[in-house]
Every structure is written in structure tokens, then in C-alpha cells.
Write a protein that binds this ligand. Structure first.
Ligand code: ATR
Length: 275
């Protein structure tokens, strides 16, 4: 019988995960089926349980169920515990295992596809919600010179910085008092782009040799990326590569086989340079 996996979210029809995993399965010769499940907002756990009862082996989890997936699991990785959120589940005889590959997916995209090694670099992380939480630990594991978390609500950024203080040099700031200029990497993990809002980031955080990364995928030149482009940032990226790389980590976790990603990342990445 073909092994079954799926992505669960709400909404879900826009998800590229079935396409990505079908491609991975074809290219690695794995006999799997990967579908898309629309989770009812008040019935996530029931859908997961019935998928598992019907023989499903694993799920990717997307908005708005990442916190619920963490709660539902019997076993959580350190990344999941720190993020308070999971984006992949695996089912076996022991129970439900939870992982969070969002951060490692982002780091792999930045380092391998975009060619920016993070060790010794200055990183500005914009936002302090769930998306920011998920990437903190993988960033700090790369030993950047400094990681600054900037957020509209300063207290939330302070709490995140305190939570991971033991893992590296990390600090928090409001938009009007960001320490230093010209970060090597500025990542937008806030949800401002989803609502089309501009962020009050000063131009001097961007640099000509730096990279501006919008974690949201498929939104084109968002207000954040436009700001970065206007400030002369050398390179712009959106979350397409992160999506493919986290999918590859999930695939490897489930199947023990690592799919190639570079060509698919190129295909899914929209041209973003302001022109
Ligand atoms: P997600 O899970 O996508 O991270 P979230 O947990 O609701 O969503 O967090 C949203 C983040 O985007 C927060 O950091 C939020 O800032 P506040 O903590 O001050 O609310 C940030 N955000 C959302 N809209 C914003 C805007 N218009 N300007 C600046 N920051 C914004």
C-alpha cells in the first residue's frame, strides 16, 4: 500500500506542498501519496486522528494550526518546545512526534541557495510573533555576530530575546532605536506584509551587499521588499526557498532520503528585483 502524507491548514487550496512533495517522491523514487486537508478551525485534532487512523504516516502543518500541532504531540523536539509550534508531525507506534523545520528551512535557503553564510554576520529579525519564534534557534546555531529582534510591541521582542539569551548574542529593540546600521541580513517575520502594511524601518538598516528576506511567499514585491529595494539592498528574496527547504527536511525526516532542492527553488522563486 502507498504510504500517505498530507498538509493540513485553513485555508489550504493555495498550498504548494502537494506539488513539492510529489516532485520529491518522483525524483527519489519513493512510493508516497501526498494530499491537502482543510482543517476546520475548531476540529484540528479530530482530522489529524482520523488521518492517522486511516493509515496516514505524517503531516505538514500550516496556518493556523502550528500551535495546536505542538500541543497535540506526544514527543516534541527542542526546536518545537522553544517555538511553541510545530510544522511537521510523524506517526508511529510510540505516538505523535512533532518537529519544526521552518527555521532550518530558512537558514538552508539563505546559506545554500542564496549563498550568505551567517556565521559572524549581523542579523535583524523584524517581528516577534510565531514566525519569528520559529527561526530564532536555527539562526543562533549559525553563530551570527549579533541578532537583533525589532518589534512594534517592544515587550514581546524583549521576552523572545530573554528566552534564547543562552544560545547566542541576541538583543531587542523598538523601530526607533535599532542599534547600529547596515545589517548583512534583514528578515521580515512580521505579518505586516500580509495586510499590505509598511514597516517603520529606517533605511540605514539595509546595505548594498546585504540580503532582505520576506518570509511570506508569493506576495511579490511587498512593502518590506520595496523599502529594502529603495534603500539599495543588493538582494531580495521571498519565502519560496524556505518553503521548499522545510519540505525537504520533512521528507528526509519521514523517508530517510534527502531530495535535491535547488532546481525547484529556482522554478518557484518569482523575480523580485525592483526594476
Ligand atoms: P505570525 O504567527 O505570522 O508570526 P503573530 O504571532 O500574530 O503572527 O505575529 C505577528 C507579528 O507581526 C508581530 O510581531 C506583530 O507585532 P506586534 O507584536 O507589535 O503585534 C507584527 N505585526 C503585524 N502587523 C504589523 C504592522 N502593521 N506593523 C508592525 N508590525 C506588525
Amino acid at each position: 500500500m502507498t504510504d500517505r502524507y498530507a498538509v493540513i491548514g485553513n485555508p489550504i487550496s493555495h498550498s504548494k506542498s502537494p506539488l513539492i512533495h510529489a516532485r520529491f517522491a518522483r525524483e527519489t523514487g519513493q512510493d508516497i501519496e501526498y494530499g491537502a486537508l482543510l482543517g476546520p478551525l475548531d476540529g484540528f485534532a479530530a482530522v489529524v486522528r482520523s488521518f492517522r487512523a486511516a493509515g496516514g504516516l505524517g503531516l505538514n502543518v500550516t496556518v493556523p494550526f502550528k500551535l495546536a500541532a505542538c500541543e497535540l504531540a506526544d514527543f516534541r523536539s527542542e526546536r518545537v518546545r522553544l517555538a511553541g509550534a510545530a510544522n511537521a508531525l510523524k506517526f508511529d507506534l510510540q505516538g505523535i512526534h512533532a518537529e519544526n523545520f521552518d527555521g532550518i528551512g530558512l537558514v538552508n535557503d539563505i546559506e545554500h541557495n542564496l549563498g550568505l553564510a551567517l556565521r559572524g554576520k549581523r542579523i535583524l529579525l523584524v517581528g516577534a510573533g510565531g514566525a519569528a519564534r520559529g527561526v530564532l534557534l536555527p539562526f543562533l546555531e549559525r553563530e551570527p555576530a549579533e541578532l537583533v529582534i525589532v518589534n512594534r510591541t517592544l515587550r514581546t521582542a524583549e521576552q523572545l530575546a530573554e528566552m534564547v539569551a543562552a544560545y547566542g548574542k541576541v538583543s531587542s529593540a523598538g523601530y526607533s532605536d535599532i542599534p547600529g546600521e547596515r545589517f548583512d541580513l534583514v528578515v521580515n517575520a512580521s505579518s505586516a506584509s500580509l495586510s499590505g502594511d509598511a514597516l517603520p524601518l529606517p533605511q540605514n538598516v539595509f546595505s548594498r551587499s546585504g540580503l532582505a528576506y520576506e518570509m511570506a511567499y508569493g506576495k511579490g514585491l511587498t512593502p518590506f521588499l520595496r523599502l529594502a529595494a529603495d534603500a539599495g539592498t543588493g538582494r531580495l528574496a521571498d519565502g519560496a526557498g524556505m518553503l521548499v527547504e522545510q519540505a525537504a527536511e520533512s521528507f528526509f525526516w519521514w523517508r530517510g532520503v534527502r531530495p535535491a532542492t535547488a532546481e525547484l527553488v529556482r522554478e518557484l522563486s518569482l523575480p523580485l528585483q525592483a526594476g
